[in-house]
Ligand binder design. Structure first.
Ligand SMILES: [Zn+2]
Length: 280
């Protein structure tokens, strides 16, 4: 499934693979996460780009820079381009990965399978709309769970936690509706599950209706972010307001009343504002 080719001109490493559904995240304004199966794919082919290492002060290249560091952990294998350690130290990446595993496992239990994690410089896709960046990916490759998080996104815990939520659901063999899975993944991006960006979006444009969610389940949507935000609100309501175990939420085929969800999420937002003011 993997095809590796070294581009001599740019000395860039491309890993080309056939992938999965494609969707947007509000963080950084424009970015993408993706998961699923090839038939969900909006773009088809994804490319991992590792830019060449900057030259040393004397103008020569350090051959060590072209290497990949491979870390074998109990839960994961991490492949990290050696020269990236000059940008983000390996310890920082490993800490984010460890913290992300803890966050996901606290809600969904320990992973049964190892996860292969790769950190490229960036991730691109055929036909990707201009201005969109893919921050992370999770996919299955011949039974192996794989995650990629681009270097800019790897500086923070959020994207690892988001992708590891997808990974754990693949590990469990659970496949919720894509928009709802993305909502759950966005919930994992913060420690308390509240996603201020998505809440703000919903305040502006409102949650999707049941009819729109049904249409979206059939692949018809023109508003991916609103769809994800609605998924996040439902997941947040069930897990953090109703205290439903996330495993039950992920396997549920019934969704709560959307007006009730919005009311509860709005109240949670107000409470957060009050607590923030008190703490200030
Ligand atoms: Zn995602």
């Amino acid at each position: 499934m993997f095809r590796l080719s070294i581009l001599s001109a740019a000395a860039a490493l491309f890993v080309c693979l056939l992938l999965v559904g494609c969707v947007t995240s509000p963080r950084v304004g424009v970015c993408q996460h993706t998961h699923g199966s090839p038939d969900e794919s909006a773009h088809g082919q994804y490319y991992f780009v590792v830019p060449p290492a900057p030259k040393q002060e004397d103008g020569t290249s350090d051959p060590l820079d072209d290497r990949m560091i491979v870390i074998e952990d109990e839960k994961f294998t991490l492949t990290y381009p050696a020269w990236f350690t000059r940008r983000v130290p390996l310890e920082v990446i490993l800490k984010h990965i460890d913290d992300s595993f803890k966050r996901v496992e606290a809600l969904l239990g320990k992973f049964d399978r190892r996860v292969e994690i790769f950190v490229p410089g960036s991730i691109t896709a055929d036909g990707l709309p201009e201005g969109l960046m893919i921050l992370g990916l999770c996919w299955m490759d011949d039974g192996q769970i794989k995650v990629a998080v681009s270097l800019p996104a790897a500086r923070v815990i959020d994207t690892f936690a988001h992708e590891l939520l997808h990974a754990r659901l693949r590990d469990l063999g659970v496949q919720p509706p894509r928009w709802f899975e993305e909502g759950m993944a966005h919930m994992l991006e913060s420690e308390d599950g509240f996603n201020a960006d998505l809440f703000q979006l919903l305040e502006q444009v409102g949650m999707m209706t049941n009819e729109e969610l049904e249409a979206a389940a059939r692949g018809i949507t023109s508003d991916e972010m609103r769809l994800r935000a609605t998924g996040w609100a439902i997941a947040y309501y069930l897990v953090h307001v109703r205290n439903t175990p996330l495993k039950d939420v992920a396997t549920s085929s019934e969704f709560p009343d959307l007006d009730e969800v919005w009311k509860a999420v709005s109240e949670a937002a107000k409470l957060r504002d009050v607590l923030a003011r008190l703490a200030a």
